[in-house]
Ligand binder design. Structure first.
Ligand code: SER
Ligand code: ZN
Length: 524
């Protein structure tokens, strides 16, 4: 690591004649200050002032121009902040002069990297990056404001350069996927595409909008049945309470949940929400009139009347919940907190053309959320897993399996990569990570050659959310959380894929909840 920073302290006045001499003493004093507490072997890596010049800016102001170089122990921009304090003291006390500003003239950083990236990249605030096999040489844009340094942004640039290279390697590999349990094989009653069956039977209808569907009465009734089953087999026995989570999510929430780091990078594809610049009727009158005359709208014209997005539509369902607990200290005896939400759809902008009912832009999900001490979270994750098994395998009588999936961000932390990619049994789910319940889809092909449908997940997330939303326990003991999501679209697609739409062929344990499936109109 090499840092080379040129900047100046601008003065609210002119240096007195003796300044030159005093400076020399002060730089010696400064260097001693910087070296204080630094271990011998790291001394080479701390900041050193390579060059300094007193210069006139105009007849009223002077500046102190500096070149500071360093290694990684005390990067030059950290030294800058300490020098500001040091020199404001000296200038104030001895010359009665204040520092009026700091100009960053140039900042070059040589960052150690594990390898040359497969694909070169650029970054905001960075004017050039040159990659060699072990170094990324970056030059920051000119006139970086000082609060950029104060807020830690330079350190995050350095980290980001390294992380992007590591991520390229990990993303190149498949997601870590390990089957940890499988149900027995079951004979499907159909091998047709469930979307086709459900359209044919009038259960669902595509709208004019991409990947959006209308649930007709039959599938709506089945959805309600599923809810009943979830309550009876999962939420009631484990003590989960229903809540209504917001569905419009401001940036603030996604900043804390960490989603914004991955926006449109594969995994977080939100719909954005814009509000009008004003709700004044006069402001909108031309739009209304235009429509009354042409019976059309001009979306571009509307765009001009909108503010930039305030955030987006709920994507992962649980993040907007966290405002409920944010900044709170909660009594120890309140834990564990167990909630579920199915109060409205969540949205994701699915790329590519039309998908079936298994992959929709507007999805109706059940979010299961748990917050508590680590032992409580480990226990409930295992309980949820067992109860989901009952629902999927027993009540719905489906063939499915469980896979231990490590998202790229956590496999980066060095877990799992060396494990053998074979079927192992994970008896107890008690570590940070995710179990996906995947249901066999006969229409997609043979069991061992086709993709099974990820229908439900159960995750242990550690302290990620509790920390980022500053939720504390009364005793100060660490809090963990976890969550799991499953959509009705996927549950029912998977069910119909194995069992069809004819209740005569459905499992007894499910039929117990259904008197008769309501039908829709007869379309002629
Ligand atoms: N919130 C989690 C997710 O979106 C579980 O539903 O994956
Ligand atoms: Zn969640």
């Amino acid at each position: 690591m090499k840092y080379n920073l040129q900047f100046s302290f601008k003065l609210r006045g002119k240096f007195p004649v003796e300044a030159q001499e005093r400076m020399k003493e002060w730089f010696t004093e400064l260097q001693q200050l910087l070296e204080k507490g630094i271990q011998e072997r790291d001394l080479k890596k701390i900041s050193k002032v390579k060059k300094w010049v007193l210069k006139s800016v105009n007849e009223k102001e002077d500046e102190l121009l500096l070149t500071v170089v360093s290694g990684e122990t005390m990067p030059a921009h950290h030294a800058l902040l300490r020098m500001r304090k040091f020199f404001s003291g000296k200038f104030g006390k001895e010359f009665r002069l204040g520092i009026s500003g700091i100009d960053i003239k140039s900042y070059k950083i040589d960052i150690d990297i594990p390898n040359k990236p497969a694909k070169e990249f650029t970054l905001p605030f960075v004017s050039t990056i040159i990659f060699t096999n072990d170094t990324a040489k970056i030059t920051l844009e000119k006139n970086i404001p000082i609060d950029f340094i104060e807020k830690g942004s330079i350190d995050r640039i350095v980290k980001l350069v390294r992380n992007k290279i590591v991520e390229q390697i990990i993303r190149g590999k498949d997601e870590h996927h390990l089957v940890v349990w499988s149900s027995e094989q079951k004979k499907p009653v159909t091998n047709e595409n469930p979307t086709d069956i459900m359209i044919k039977d009038g259960w669902i209808q595509r709208t004019s909008y991409r990947n959006q569907w209308i649930f007709a009465p039959a599938i709506s009734a089945l959805t309600e049945t599923l809810k009943e089953i979830m309550v009876e087999h999962l939420y009631k026995p484990l003590g989960f309470k229903n809540m209504v989570f917001p569905k419009v999510v401001p940036w603030e929430v996604w900043k804390r949940s960490g989603h914004l780091s991955g926006i449109y990078q594969g995994g977080f594809e939100p719909y954005f929400v814009c509000t009008p610049k004003t709700a004044d009727p006069e402001y909108w009158e031309e739009i209304a009139d235009y429509f009354r005359i042409t019976l059309e709208i001009e979306p571009e014209k509307i765009m001009e009347k909108l503010r930039p997005p305030i955030g987006g539509l709920s994507f992962a369902q649980c993040p907007p919940f966290w405002t409920y607990l944010q900044g709170k200290t909660i009594s120890d005896d309140s834990f564990p907190l167990f909630y579920y939400d199915w109060s409205g759809p969540t949205f994701r902008y699915e790329s590519g053309a039309a998908h079936g009912f298994e992959r929709v832009d507007e999805l109706h999900r059940i979010e299961t959320l748990y917050i508590g001490f680590p032992e409580q979270i480990k226990k409930v994750a295992q309980d949820l897993r067992a109860n989901f098994r009952k629902i999927i395998g027993d009540v719905l009588d489906l063939e499915f399996r469980e896979a231990w999936v490590t998202p790229w961000w956590s496999s980066q932390e060095g877990k799992g990569d060396d494990e053998e990619e074979s079927t192992i049994e994970l008896k107890n789910f008690d570590q940070i990570g995710t179990i996906d319940m995947e249901i066999y889809m006969p229409y997609r092909g043979k069991r061992n050659q086709s993709n099974w449908l990820e229908t439900q997940n159960v995750s242990i997330l550690g302290n990620k959310y509790t920390k980022n939303f500053t939720v504390k326990s009364q005793s100060g003991k660490e809090l963990w959380s976890g969550c799991g999501g499953g959509s009705f679209e996927r549950y029912i697609s998977a069910f119909v894929a194995q069992k069809g739409t004819n209740p005569d062929k459905w499992p007894e344990k499910l039929l117990k909840y259904i008197d008769e499936l309501p039908s829709g109109p007869t379309f002629l």
